[in-house]
Ligand binder design. Sequence first.
Ligand SMILES: C[S@@+](CC[C@H](N)C(=O)[O-])C[C@H]1O[C@@H](n2cnc3c(N)ncnc32)[C@H](O)[C@@H]1O
Length: 190
Amino acid sequence: MIRHLRSSTLAALAVTLVLVVAAAAQAPTQAPSKPLDVPYVPTHETIVEAMLEVAKVGKNDILYDLGSGDGRIVVTAAKKYGTRGTGIDLDPVRIAEANENAKKAGVTHLVKFIQGDIFDATFSDATVVTMYLLPDVNLKLRPKILALKPGTRIVSHNYDMGDWKPLRSLNINVSDTPHQVYFWTVPARQ
Ligand SMILES: C[S@@+](CC[C@H](N)C(=O)[O-])C[C@H]1O[C@@H](n2cnc3c(N)ncnc32)[C@H](O)[C@@H]1O
């Protein structure tokens, strides 16, 4: 009897161990592969709407959000305008949230979220690029953005691009906090 109990206990332990190892292998990494260049702060939905409006986003656009957080810009563009979009974020937790939000909004056929570094990412097919990063990160990305197709629309929440002057800049108050939205188009090559 004791021998029987021992072998069944061992078998149960072995099965548990196999299940735990299998679950660990399938679970997404819960930490970014390098330190974030920008902390996660979501853009208020009022500002998301303003960003999409200033860029006149439509169903023929291909939108990329660089540092996409919970995916709200990409998901809102897909839901409201039928825009195809890609979000890129270093943080796997944000990618999981974004996929969940896309599912809830019923737009998984239009959007995708890629876990990766915006400095390594390819987004040369973009017609619209959105971002809510930091001034130095915007400047570091600027050469890559200026190399996009002429006419590509660029929208940034709060931070500009140094001496590359925006075509439009909006001031919007949300709960008494002032926000800026900057809009550029990639110029023709000289
Ligand atoms: C200020 S939040 C903006 C989130 C979203 N775009 C929005 O407006 O709601 C910046 C995001 O950039 C991501 N991030 C920071 N450094 C990154 C990098 N090098 N590559 C990709 N994503 C990055 C963070 O994880 C965070 O989700």
